[in-house]
Ligand binder design. Sequence first.
Ligand code: DGT
Ligand code: CA
Ligand code: CA
Ligand code: ZN
Length: 578
Amino acid sequence: MENPEIARVFHEIADLLEIKGGDIFRIRSYRNAGLVVEGLAESLRSLYEKNGEEGLKHIPGIGESTRAKVIEMLTTGECAYHDELLREIPAGMLEMIRVASLGPKKAASLHKELGISSIDELERAAREEKIRELPGFGEVTEKKILKGIEDLKSVSRKFKLSVALHYGEVFRDYMKTVPGIYEIVPSGSLRRWKEEVGDLDILTTCKDPKAVMERFLSHPEIRDVLAKGETKSTVVLKNGLQVDLRVLEKKSFGAALQYFTGSKSHNVAIRDRAKRMGLKVSEYGVFESETDKWVAGRKEEDVYRAVGLPWIPPEIREMKGEIEAALEGRLPKPLMAEEIRGDLHVHTRESDGGFTLDAMAEAAIDMGYEYIAVTDHSKAVGIAHGLDEARILAQMEYVDDFNKHLKKKGKRFRVLKGSEVDIRADGTLDHPEKVLKALDCVVASVHSGFGMGKKEMTARIVKAIRTGLVNIIAHPTGRLIGERSPYEVDMDAVMIEAKEHNVALELNAYPDRLDLNDIHLRLAKDKGVKIAISTDAHSINHMKNIVYGIHTARRGWIEKGDVINTLPLKGLMKFLKG
Ligand code: DGT
Ligand code: CA
Ligand code: CA
Ligand code: ZN
């Protein structure tokens, strides 16, 4: 098993325990383990293969009992405890709680009262208007359930970027042991960092194609081999992800990389351009049309150069003006990881995070950051144990002490006093004005009433912006990729207000969110709205998700100057105070 499956098992255990009404701390520890495994850069399987149990010992958030389960899953492919829970609770209920607005408690009561244990049964009961009769449900909830089911069904069969990325790494690790292998590079939509990926296209160059193919086809996660050839094979993994592997000549590697990175429409435009120049571009290289003479192909740069263009970053090869921009010398300069100086949206154990403020700060220092804003939820988010006035005031005092302590030790790092304050349904903020004024960084977001109309939602967010108390609007559309559609909101209007009131919009880098998305980012850039790229970390590992933010920013043509957390502390404070 690989990290995504292991994480899923932990999340399911937490879900099942929640449906069952289990111990809250236990639920939290499994939930946390799931989050930690999701955020892990390295494959647990390879850690375990390298160093056995020892290799798994120093992962924060993975205790003794969860570690034992990790090892069980790695060695047997199963988890007995998970199976045991599934014998008690119908598997269909796990799917049921993925319906937005239907938490484990409600699902459990539907099961108890009406015997519902699957989405289909749920839909039928809702259509037959049986659900509204139950205490604690009502007509509105019933309608929301139907809408939630519709959303779930419309979800595409694509894979989340994070899952595809993980398998890209898995295969890279797995293949690199083949003697005489030179390059193993995932191409396709994965290399473009698209938020959802259809299949994985891995390219290799090597001395011995046969050995490479053999190794590839022996991967334990493979369910079916769809095609098996000397230079190309296609397989389907147990989770349904299709993987293509191609072995290429060194001489044509650049051309193949260009070709298979896509997008299709970008490639078509490149080929048309080549044709007009008397050239032919294919996955084998660039050739003169008349003589078939090979012109270029070793490196991707060479291919672009041959058609009179500078190299174009993969993230923007979507036929959205990149070729014109390349010709006119106005390609965006790709945002770099080193340019990010801090994270402006992280949670601690005070609300629904898994780690202390000290641990989060420690991890940020390790990442080379200059600052983080600690932004725990406000009280309206009850399930997240949001902070009321007394608790946030206490946290602010703690932060002051913490910073003093850092200063004494000569560390150049600062924790900003922050909050992820709820924007209530009426557009008011969930902390008193005097608290918000005393904070360094106020991140405001919508966590409820997703179903309200576009006009209302826009007015709600605009009202929050106009208070002058907000610095950043977090995850501005509320979507969860593949799970929940964005709420309806007039983003144009929000952006105009944001610019006017010196409010930044967040690019939430959590891989399930990526919100704002590439299209909205481009719009923000055009309007001159500032962006904060933040991870919304609930564990120390989540802070590494910043890479998703960086590449998504690139997809939206966002550059260093558009991003407030590329500013040094002084400049950032000026923005936040301004
Ligand atoms: P996906 O897998 O649906 O997320 O998207 P891609 O972009 O990875 O598409 P895929 O896997 O079908 O093909 C990989 C790349 O190969 C694609 O981005 C461009 C190139 N390609 C595939 N088929 C064609 C084609 O018929 N014409 C051209 N010009 N390029 C193609
Ligand atoms: Ca693909
Ligand atoms: Ca493909
Ligand atoms: Zn948050």
